[in-house]
Design a protein around this ligand. Structure first.
Ligand code: EPZ
Length: 434
């Protein structure tokens, strides 16, 4: 088993290129199942979530060809409805997209209840509401979800989502593209990756309109054809490097981004005194010597993204004054706070609110990655801390960040991936045995 070992205190400097968006890729790959033809998909991030989904698709009869490290061709012409590797499905949240894509293509679906990061209850009732409205019968038993469209083809419907849900919006969109008639999804989520999925489906012959607004209209078609598509850059990966540059007081040019997708993150960082300069497809971040406290409330896009909340939590430990973070999406997304406390952070958590007493110098410690973005937050904290920080359970981080250690090393970070057995604690020091 491996962990990250970080020797903190270095300002990040240089240039980093952003990979394809994880939360777009984990929807677009299952959506390829809807296409009877070859989908050539570029800018796929090399992360474990996409690897797992490609393996699942291959088990359903898809032919997956790797053109280069970020380009694949998926041919689902001969895909057939059959049992899939449920042990893989259980590990990722995005396995729920197989409900929509299998229902749309085969008229039936069997998946496991989704896995993914644990921030409290993460129901899928809105997914079920949408599939039921489209004419499917849904049954949840023994940890599996069974879906069946009577007669094999879904029929269009008007669906009002009770909660703004990224997953439900994308899942229903997928199921609707081959349904008979029109589907209207109201109170839809508006994230960039939702627009990306709609654009992918439309490039394969679907008729999806209004993605990116709160009302999406899908006119069902009989069949989708093959085509080519390139996934958008990852808004959250980009934001993570922006915060790391700000927290370490460095200067980093983050390339291959869509600045519009980063507007809320850039605005919040500017409030801390960080300089953020936007160019056509890159942003330059210059850390401030004295970071200012700010308040954050996470909201659905275009509000401040919940997936950037832990990273900002780490940064605000360094900002002078008291900052307040309100988590507007999940019940319990502050598990990383206990790990920051091991490094000297002073944070009080009360339900969905965290109060951060900033202006403190963090000190290196052995910490855990509690989930994907919490893990990224601990790396940011380690980069700023005095001394050595070790981050364990890094498999969470590897799910969503391509070449995280390599990209940080190229920016001057003293970070390495080591085997868990390679270091020991002597007193309050961490000693490398390598
Ligand atoms: C997606 O999760 C992302 N995951 C999450 O990113 C992200 O945090 C989230 O959207 C919000 O942006 C993927 O795309 C794979 P939701 P998802 O449905 O689809 C409640 C990361 O770090 N809800 O928008 O599961 C839910 O409990 C990950 O990359 C219902 O009540 O999120 C939550 O409180 C973490 N019923 C809120 O809605 C439902 O049927 C938003 O969830 C569905 C959701």
């Amino acid at each position: 088993m491996e962990k990250y070992r970080i020797n903190g205190g270095r300002a990040l400097r240089g240039e980093v290129e952003i990979s394809g968006a994880k939360n777009a890729a984990v929807a677009i790959i299952p959506a390829a199942l809807l296409v009877e033809g070859v989908c050539r998909i570029e800018n796929i991030p090399q992360i474990s979530d996409t690897d797992m989904l490609l393996t699942i698709l291959a088990e359903l009869g898809a032919k997956v060809s790797y053109i280069n490290k970020s380009t694949i061709e998926i041919d689902c012409t001969h895909a057939r409805y059959q049992d899939a590797p449920y042990d893989l499905m259980r590990k990722i949240r995005a396995s729920y997209y197989l409900i929509g894509s299998m229902l749309g293509r085969f008229g039936s679906a069997k998946t496991t209840m989704p896995g993914g990061c644990n921030f409290g209850v993460r129901p899928i009732d809105q997914h079920i509401k949408g599939m039921t409205a489209l004419g499917a019968t849904i049954d949840v038993k023994n940890g599996f979800i069974y879906a069946d469209a009577a007669g094999g083809r879904l029929r269009g419907a008007r669906i009002y989502l009770d909660k703004v849900s990224v997953g439900a919006t994308m899942n229903i969109m997928m199921a609707a593209v081959l349904a008979s008639g029109r589907t209207i999804i109201e109170n839809a989520a508006r994230e960039p990756h939702i627009v990306d999925l709609a654009n992918f489906l439309n490039s394969m012959g679907a008729d999806v309109r209004g993605a990116g607004t709160d009302t999406i209209k899908v006119n069902g078609v009989d069949k989708l054809h093959g085509g080519s598509y390139s996934i958008i850059p990852d808004q959250i990966e980009a934001g993570t490097y922006m915060v790391a540059a700000a927290a370490t007081g460095g200067e980093v040019l983050i390339t291959n981004v869509i600045p519009k997708h980063l507007e809320c993150i850039s605005a919040k960082l500017r409030e801390t005194g960080t300089i953020v300069q936007e160019y056509e497809d890159s942003v330059l971040v210059k850390g401030a010597s004295n970071l200012r406290r700010v308040n954050i409330k996470t909201m659905p896009y275009p509000g401040f993204p919940t997936d950037m909340q832990p990273q900002m939590g780490a940064l605000l430990c360094l900002a002078r004054g008291t900052s307040v973070i309100t988590e507007g999406i999940y019940d319990n997304r502050f598990k990383y706070v206990n790990e920051l406390r091991k490094m000297g952070a002073e944070i009080q958590v009360d339900g969905r609110i965290a109060i951060i007493e900033g202006g403190r110098r963090l000190t290196g410690a052995k910490v855990l990655a509690c989930d994907l973005r919490a893990g990224a937050a601990m790396v940011i904290a380690g980069l700023c801390a005095a001394g050595v920080t070790e981050v364990e359970d890094i498999h969470f981080i590897e799910r969503g960040y391509e070449n995280f250690v390599g990209k940080l090393q190229a920016l001057g970070a003293d970070i390495e991936m080591v085997d868990v057995s390679e270091t020991v604690e002597l007193g309050d020091k961490i000693i490398s045995l390598g």
